[in-house]
Design a protein around this ligand. Sequence first.
Ligand code: SF4
Length: 183
Amino acid sequence: MLQLLVVNLHEPAQAPARGGAAYKPSRFNHFHTLLTGEKLAFNSLSGGLAVLDSEGWARYTALVKGEPLDPKNPVDQGLVEGRFIVPENFDELAYLKTLHLRQRYTTEAWSLTICPTIDCNFGCDYCFQRHRVSRMTEAVQAKLLEVFAQKAPRLSKFFVTWFGGEPTLAWDVVQRLSQGPHL
Ligand code: SF4
């Protein structure tokens, strides 16, 4: 059995599952064996997250060894839907490059990383930053909102990643910017 927990596809699967067609494993698969013995499967391209029991895992390994797909089998359907297996002739790197270029040059979507402060009250061993008490100035906030107001009419998607430091140390800046410009 395969329990498909999450699929966060950038777009619908490119082709319906075809019976008898040859499939290969996605190069973006990651598997982790749980304490129960089940496999936790994650596909870093599709965002697919699934749990496979021994039967589901056996089915996955059979398919990637060349056994034909059975579109009526729910395990096979889930593996295709999560893109854990992809058609033999599907070029995942070309697909990823297309997604990247489309996202990079589109004027309809904007993805912004905002750093309200580079201060941080944690002390992670792996941190590469030097922290100091700081916060985004009023002038920079105003400029950011001005640029957003110019772009907003053409946007259909807008994504924000709050970055730091620890962004919640400048919570008022997060709240102020989240209100957006008064269009
Ligand atoms: S900035 Fe991030 S990685 Fe660095 S100490 Fe703070 S929480 Fe940890």
